[in-house]
Design a protein around this ligand. Structure first.
Ligand code: F6P
Length: 355
């Protein structure tokens, strides 16, 4: 087979490890790997070239994506879909491995199932620091992002404690608060704010006022308060901090409040061992699944479901993109069991965090 591979959407640490393993597994099994630059945008321009083993040596430890990525506006249009099909044929691809998040997997599904029939077999690998993809316990990049956040918060805690300060730290997660939830617990946050809790502005501010009053009271004597806030909380971080500044001035003299928005810092960096491992096992699973005729599927990590098909790797499961995209939608809408379990766990944890 000629197996194309592309990375699409927001980059995630581990994408390079996945590219490397697609190429290595392809070569080992007698296939040809074709790297496509800049995601679907590069596919539309026919930017593919064969990749050999020396091309991917040393790639696993690098952050970002060597193939480049893009959020293509043209690809979802009907003209874009037609052109993408032509380019798949022109590049002679029998199969395409799409490494990316929700939007990229939706693109893979559209390309693989739209009219007039599939241009090649299409398989997705979940890669997004947000962990907002259904039926995969972890997506490529999440573990590294969590570690980066925890390290940043440890540093912030040093300086915060030196000055008796509260910090509100905002982390990425446009539609999903998972990064804040997981990193918040690991970083000993005193409170975690995430959109899935659906708190009003007033509820959030009242909760934080109470937290600061209790934490900095002489009988508790905390030196630092860390509030982890997900990007998907409606109220801007600057507004939360502005309000808390005024509030502490009036109620907790000697304490100050600062904000840090970690932003894209969290997306970069060398992938963790866990991310390298997940990337490699999903990628090898994809090549083996393609040999077995896999199409319009995602390789999932510890899927926690009986949907789809087991593979020889006990942690890797093949699941149809239709099911994955439906579950992703349910997660983001808040009515999937996975989201409810996350919120429930956080509600329980919160009582200890705030002590
Ligand atoms: O989808 C991943 C993500 O990192 C979101 O958490 C974040 O809101 C977004 O990408 C940022 O995208 P961009 O790099 O295009 O600004």
């Amino acid at each position: 087979m000629r197996i194309g591979v592309l990375t699409s959407g927001g980059d995630a640490p581990g994408m390079n490890a996945a590219i490397r393993s697609v190429v290595k597994a392809a070569v080992a099994r007698g296939h040809t790997a074709v790297g496509i630059r800049n995601g679907y945008e590069g596919l539309l321009e026919g930017q593919g070239r064969e990749l050999s083993l020396p091309d991917v040596d040393g790639l696993s430890r690098l952050g970002g994506t060597r193939l480049g990525s893009a959020r293509s506006k043209r690809f979802p249009t009907s003209e874009g879909q037609a052109l993408a099909r032509q380019q798949v044929v022109a590049l002679g691809l029998d199969a395409l491995v799409v490494i990316g998040g929700n939007g990229s997997l939706a693109g893979a599904h559209a390309l693989g199932t739209g009219e007039p029939g599939r241009p090649c077999q299409v398989v997705g690998l979940p890669a997004s620091i947000d962990n907002d993809i259904g039926f995969t316990r972890l997506s490529i990049g999440v573990d590294t992002a969590v570690n980066t956040i925890v390290e940043a918060c440890d540093r912030i805690s040093d300086t915060a404690a030196a000055h008796r300060r509260a910090f509100v730290v905002e982390v990425m997660g446009r539609h999903c608060g998972y990064l804040a939830m997981r990193a918040g617990i690991a970083a000993d946050a005193d409170a975690i704010l995430f959109g899935e809790a659906h708190l009003s502005k007033r509820e959030i501010l009242t909760k934080l006022e109470g937290l600061l009053a209790r934490s900095f009271a002489p009988e508790r004597g905390k030196l630092r308060v860390l509030v982890m806030k997900a990007e998907n909380v409606d109220i801007p971080t600057s507004e939360v901090v502005g309000h808390l500044r005024d509030w502490v001035d009036a109620h907790v003299p000697g304490v100050s409040v600062r904000e840090t928005i970690l932003g894209h810092v969290v997306r970069g960096g060398s992938p963790s061992a866990v991310d390298r491992l997940i990337s490699q096992r999903l990628a090898v699973g994809a090549v083996l699944a393609l040999e077995q005729g896999a199409h319009d599927e995602m390789m999932a990590w510890d899927a926690g479901t009986t949907v789809g098909q087991a593979t020889v790797d006990p942690s890797v499961r093949r699941i149809g993109l239709t099911e994955v995209l439906a579950e992703t939608h349910a997660m983001l809408e808040g009515h999937s069991a996975a989201t409810r379990a996350r919120v429930e766990l956080l509600n329980q944890a919160e009582q200890l965090l705030a002590l």
